[in-house]
Ligand binder design. Structure first.
Ligand code: C5P
Length: 286
């Protein structure tokens, strides 16, 4: 019996500028996407039919039928590559859902890679139209763990500049923000794109640039979930936090700190005060 495994890392938008809206309603973005070490774990075992099982701290409520994005990804690969085999997929769900860190999209992207290996077929590249059809964030997740500047609705991907070594603290205050709801609350359909990123390993230089950028979904997400405002305030009160913002459509907030030692200290300080929150120190992959 062949079983192979992989990790679907959390996707973090350090910036997210909404630069326009297409006729089909999708928004054009300009976003710096990075990946965290923490993620969902996925295994795939050869089988005759397709099956998905789920375990882990956020397993409750995850569908295991064809509505799950992993099952859709499997079906896409089977169709495009003419695969007749099946697989037993298992998802250890470590990331909160509807949390702005691309859990479902990252699972789908990882499943595409894992099943291509299991079934010994050519993988679908991030720019294959069937990958974007799975969800606007699936192509960027297919490029993980490299930092990527993402434009268009999620299909225009460029490897980011070098980034300084840093660690992150991810904080989810336990509220779900449905992505369409955050987009629907935008007050302006079009904003300026990101300023060009500095190509630097120096954290102060990178932070200076980052502090001048935005996440346009933050204001509408804060209306849906005021806990976001509270989480950001708590992170910004920590003297060792260099920058804090919201990822994607929220509600997960992210703090950038110097290294993993500091990340663990900040995470402890937050978790003691908010014991029900999901608080995770994690390296920023680059
Ligand atoms: O493609 P995905 O299923 O991830 O998108 C979920 C929803 O988020 C879309 O139906 C749309 O309302 C919104 N969205 C958007 N512009 C994007 C990505 C998502 O308006 N670039």
């Amino acid at each position: 019996m062949t079983t192979i495994k992989t990790t679907a890392p959390a996707k973090i938008n350090l910036t997210l500028h909404v630069t326009g809206q297409r006729d089909d309603g999708y928004h054009e973005l300009d976003s710096l996407v990075v990946f965290a070490e923490v993620g969902d774990n996925i295994t795939a075992t050869r089988a005759v039919d397709m099956r998905l099982t789920v375990s882990g701290p956020f397993a409750v409520g995850v569908p295991t039928d064809s509505s799950n994005l992993m099952m859709k990804a499997a079906e896409t690969l089977r169709e495009v590559r003419g695969v007749k085999m099946g697989a037993h997929l298992h998802l250890e769900k470590n990331l909160p859902h509807a949390a702005g860190i691309g859990g479902g999209s990252s699972d789908a992207a990882a499943t595409l890679k894992l099943l291509a290996e299991l079934w010994d077929v050519e993988p679908l590249g991030p720019d294959h139209p069937a990958v974007l059809a799975l969800g606007a964030d699936v192509p960027v997740c297919a490029r993980a763990p490299k930092p990527i500047r993402m434009r268009g609705i999620g299909e225009d991907l460029h490897e980011g500049p070098k980034l300084p070594r840093a660690a992150m603290v991810l904080v989810n205050p336990g509220v779900e923000v449905p992505t369409p709801q955050a987009f629907a609350g935008l007050e302006q359909r079009s904003n300026a794109p990101m300023a060009d990123m500095p190509d630097t390993y120096l954290l102060p230089e990178f932070l200076e640039w980052l502090k001048g950028q935005r996440n346009d979904l933050q204001a509408p997400a804060e209306k849906v979930a005021p806990e976001i405002t509270h989480a950001l305030k708590m992170l910004n009160q920590q003297l060792t936090v260099q920058w804090a913002g919201m990822s994607g459509s929220g509600a997960t907030c992210v703090a950038l700190v110097k290294d993993m030692g500091v990340a663990r200290q900040v995470a402890r300080a937050i978790q003691i005060r908010e014991q029900s929150w999901w608080v995770v120190p994690t390296p920023l992959l680059s």
